[in-house]
Design a protein around this ligand. Structure first.
Ligand SMILES: C[S@@+](CC[C@H](N)C(=O)[O-])C[C@H]1O[C@@H](n2cnc3c(N)ncnc32)[C@H](O)[C@@H]1O
Length: 275
């Protein structure tokens, strides 16, 4: 198998996504659950799932959408989660098995090329995932294909910066990295036109701010190691990582008040349906 550096751009991007979320998966939920879980809950609420629905979660990660979706569809419904990262899939499948949940499946699959039949779900959801994948139009086309007519699609994306210090801290870290930033695809700037082009109707966007309190700067650093930013940290030479961390701390330190570090992030909840 060619190394990550030798692969074609889209494959290379997917390999970077897979590697970073594999590495982040063991602490993802613990370090970032206060952010991803409320976003998943809110997406499920806005998607209006019904008891008995069959739901697909694209980029299920550690289950921020998958578990609340299971609660919403009840014992007669069904939720399938897919993710590029085998480690995410493994841990989430274990969690579902430990909870004796039987109306769920979690497997490695690519949102851009889903191994599900046409028209097999009443709802497709995807939280903070589709801005990462190299070809978002392919993922939207697949979501449309696997939905029944009248089926609902719901996704979340990051909104505009509320506190520019966090982006500045990422820029400081990039200054130490050997690889260019993974960045986001075109959906991050607004998915409405792409959704319409993929055949979705009734597109609605709601923007809300999610607040997370980190106990201290080290707690924030653990969260950076435990999400998509792990890709960035992996490309910083190990002997410079400590210096990079301290430089990033200087940027975000002013946000800490009374010992607490508050991060406010705008999240866009977009819902649509297949006519
Ligand atoms: C930021 S995490 C979000 C996980 C989860 N939805 C949540 O809200 O906590 C993004 C996830 O999308 C997955 N991912 C990215 N591109 C994907 C693709 N093309 N197909 C399937 N999963 C993908 C990553 O492996 C990662 O687990």
């Amino acid at each position: 198998m060619p190394s990550i550096r030798e692969q074609a751009p889209a494959q290379r991007r997917k390999a970077r996504i897979t590697r970073s979320f594999d590495l982040a998966s063991d602490s993802y939920d613990e370090a970032n659950g206060d952010f991803f879980n409320p976003v998943g809950d809110r997406l499920v609420e806005l998607a209006g799932l019904r008891p008995g629905d069959r739901v697909l979660d694209l980029g299920c990660g550690r289950g921020a959408v998958l578990f609340p979706a299971l609660a919403a569809v009840g014992p007669d419904g069904y939720v399938a989660g897919v993710d590029l990262s085998p480690a995410m899939v493994h841990r989430t499948a274990h969690q579902a098995a430990d909870a004796r949940l039987r109306n769920v499946s979690v497997r490695v699959d690519d949102a851009e090329d889903l191994g599900f039949p046409d028209q097999s779900f009443e709802a497709v959801l995807s939280s903070l995932t589709l801005m990462l994948t190299p070809d978002p139009d392919a993922a939207l086309a697949q979501a449309h294909r696997v939905l029944v007519p009248g089926g609902r699609f719901g996704l979340t994306l990051f909104g505009p910066d509320v506190q520019p210090e966090w982006r500045q801290a990422a820029r400081v870290l990039h200054g130490y990295a050997e690889d260019g930033p993974l960045g986001f695809n075109t959906l991050a700037d607004g998915p409405e036109a792409a959704l319409a082009a993929a055949g979705f109707g009734g597109v609605r966007t709601v923007e809300e701010v999610v607040t997370v309190q980190y106990a201290d700067l080290d707690a924030w650093w653990r969260s950076v190691r435990s999400d998509g930013n792990r890709d960035l940290l992996e490309s910083i030479p190990p002997d410079r990582l400590d210096e990079a961390r301290r430089a990033a701390y200087e940027v975000v330190r002013p946000l800490a008040a009374a010992g607490d570090l508050t991060r406010r992030t705008a999240v866009r909840y977009i819902t649509a349906h297949r006519p």
